[in-house]
Design a protein around this ligand. Sequence first.
Ligand SMILES: [Zn+2]
Length: 343
Amino acid sequence: MFDQLIGNERARAVLRRMLEQRRVPGALIFAGEEGVGKKLFALELAKALNCRTPRGVEACDECSACVRIARLANASDEATGLITWGEHQDVGLVRPEKRFITVDQARAVERETNFRPYEGRARVIIIEEADRMNAQAGNALLKTLEEAPPSAHLILLTTRTASLLPTIRSRCQLIRFAPLTAGEIEAYLVKHKQRAGTEARLAAQLAQGRLGRALSLNLDQYREQRDAMLTVLEALAARSDRVQLLRAAEDLSDAKRKDVYEPSLDALELLIHDAWRLALDPKAEIVNDDIRERLTRLSGGVTNRRFTAWLASIEELRAQLAVNVNRRIATDALLLSMAAIPA
Ligand SMILES: [Zn+2]
């Protein structure tokens, strides 16, 4: 049932209406960022179309068809074949082979959609990363979109609608998926016992609208990087001596910890944003709510101008790193320039 999914009230309402009116289009595009539930909604629609004991127009989630279709959500990435079939023979998944969806895959989709449903009422093929289709594959798919029987449904998932061939776009109904709110993600984590309390709160805030990220985040690691950056920020705010800052720069750019460099910069940026918000409004919603007091304390004497300049310095460093400057030197320069910004 759609109520088991989170967020995206509008998409949910649209899909329900299509089912109620028995007018689910032969071709749909689900567009939206990574991790906002496009695939789960597509599987939910496939379930509703094939459920043996539907509740109203929605899937029961209990019959053998529903249970088997739902398992396709976990089909492994190593799955081979042009189309990945789960345990239900009418619902299949297409993903790019290496980098692209190939013409062979598009032709397989055409073949398969021409068959009558084996056991359910509809053939549903979900195409992941549909924008990774070259022109040849796109043209083969176009034929399917034009000629498939009414019992076939193609659902194209994409994060980049603009990259789809215009001819394909114009033959599909587009449904947009919005990023989830932090509140929606937090509620999901708690309800499904994935995380609790401040852990759930922090993960939801850091997830930037993506449930997948909220689930996979390593919070201990984040906190470790954040604590190091918090010390730096406190030193900057208190205008401590340069020696301390240079030591922090050394830690940050330590070659042995190359993989934590970018995440540390991200954490520093989040801390600055939070501190700035608190400087403007002590009750503001912030990402790092669990260290609100420390952030409030350090934000006290910092002017808007310094906050802005700090963020600009970080952006500048990122730009430099993109063209491959020496990380150690750039990091020293970053912290010294941040320290030198006048009040
Ligand atoms: Zn069912």
